[in-house]
Write a protein that binds this ligand. Structure first.
Ligand code: ATP
Ligand code: MG
Ligand code: MG
Ligand code: MG
Length: 401
């Protein structure tokens, strides 16, 4: 019976004590007749005294002196498709070895995920969920566990008097979007709540929610942020408190001033979205802002029109570093009006009867939003591909591993 020590517990207080450790072999170097190797567990490494890289080994030795014995617990294939140290090289270095393509990484995701940057990315992503839950639990949201496509169900919960609900779960999109920010499977982080007077009550909660997430990440995940930055350099994420809010027409005005031709009721293309992000950053020095009052024409049928001018709507998108991370709106809570709007959008009302019926028996005014988890992590860290923030990304061209 021997105690196997986690690498993180190997402190100087254990000096000269015999210890057992089990870890991955990261690298080995020969020096004279001896062959040193570096052992790794997640983010912890220790230098020890030989074996195939990536194998799992047990080592007997004395802390800070040479190892005595090594047993291979689980041998790695000698032909590694990807070396962790190659996959860990900082981006943008000229080193010819530096380029491990995103495809090679994803084809060999299990090895790729062992890099310290990837370990840090997913600790931070778990942090986004934790902070999301913590903030909304503190605001009196009920825990709700909902199936896929949370949008309609969370609204039905509102009609069932749950008042404030959120859900974190898988979302599937059969869209042929081969971009840096679209997956066919992502994690939807969604909330919906009633309000008393104005949908801006909900917008305020969402605004504070993001500020809480950004502050929580900055304060509690600085080690992860530094680790990721070492491999993927990025400017620190800037935000204001309260967040910057612009109306859609102000956004269009800024774009027009920059020479873009755009109709009033035109949706933002991805290039225009990014340009607006740069213009906002230059003018207000923030990487996070809210765009309120989208044209009604570009929003889904269940979006509440602006009662003072139905060219616009009570709907909003949130942006990080010039890219959409959330869409939300006040939803129509009247069954007759909802059916009418569905017809205008060419939707066969029969196919959504269950949804529309949910509003026949009195539903309170409500609004909410849907956030893409992987996008938040990607844009917070200034990464350039959503596949970096999904453990096993799925897109129109990738179903494995
Ligand atoms: P985009 O304009 O980028 O295609 P969208 O407007 O179609 O996004 P929504 O239907 O508003 O997306 O979904 C809410 C949120 O879910 C988005 O703001 C985004 O963060 C996330 N999201 C949407 N589609 C995807 C996708 N294919 N992959 C990853 N995240 C997504
Ligand atoms: Mg889309
Ligand atoms: Mg969009
Ligand atoms: Mg959207």
């Amino acid at each position: 019976e021997r105690k196997i020590y986690p690498l993180q517990e190997l402190t100087p207080t254990l000096a000269d004590q015999k210890v057992w450790v089990r870890a991955r072999l990261q690298t080995s170097r020969s020096k004279g007749k001896q062959c040193f190797f570096v052992l790794r567990q997640q983010k912890w490494t220790v230098q020890a005294l030989v074996v195939n890289k990536e194998s799992i080994i047990d080592v007997e030795g004395y802390v800070r002196t040479v190892s005595k014995k090594v047993w291979i617990v689980s041998s790695a294939s000698p032909r590694l498709p990807l070396l962790v140290e190659d996959a860990s090289r900082p981006e943008g270095t000229d080193d010819a070895l530096a380029t491990v393509s995103q495809e090679t990484r994803l084809d060999n995701r299990v090895i790729d995920l062992r890099t310290t940057a990837n370990q840090a990315i997913f600790r931070l992503e778990a942090g986004v969920c934790k902070l999301f839950r913590q903030f909304l639990d503190g605001k009196g949201f009920g825990k709700a566990f909902l199936a896929q496509s949370p949008q309609l169900y969370k609204q039905m919960c509102i009609s069932a008097d749950f008042e404030k609900v959120y859900t974190v779960g898988g979302v599937f999109r059969a869209e042929d979007s081969n971009t840096h920010r679209h997956l066919t499977e992502f994690v939807g982080v969604d909330m919906e709540m009633c309000f008393n007077y104005h949908y801006h009550e909900v917008l305020d909660v969402l605004d504070q929610l993001f500020v809480a997430i950004f502050k929580g990440l900055r304060d509690r995940y600085c080690e992860e942020i530094e680790t990721v930055n070492r491999q993927y350099p990025a400017e620190p994420f800037k935000f204001l408190e309260p967040s910057l809010r612009l109306e859609y027409k102000e956004g269009i005005a800024m774009l027009r001033e920059a020479g873009i031709e755009m109709a009033d009721d035109e949706d933002l293309s991805t290039p225009n979205e990014k340009l607006l992000g740069r213009l906002v950053k230059a003018k207000y020095d923030t990487d996070f802002y809210i765009l309120d009052k989208f044209p009604l024409a570009v929003r889904p049928f269940y979006t509440m029109p602006d009662p003072s001018d139905n060219k616009w709507s009570n709907s909003y998108d949130f942006f990080m570093r010039g890219e959409e991370i959330m869409s939300g709106a006040q939803r129509i809570h009247d069954a007759v009006f909802l059916a009418e709007r569905a017809k205008v959008h060419g939707i066969d009302v029969k196919t959504i009867e269950g949804y529309i019926d949910a509003f026949k028996y009195g539903a309170p005014p409500h609004a909410g939003g849907g956030i893409g988890l992987e996008r938040v992590t990607m844009l917070y860290l200034g990464l350039h591909n959503i596949r970096k923030t999904s453990l096993f990304p799925r897109d129109p061209k990738r179903l494995t591993p």
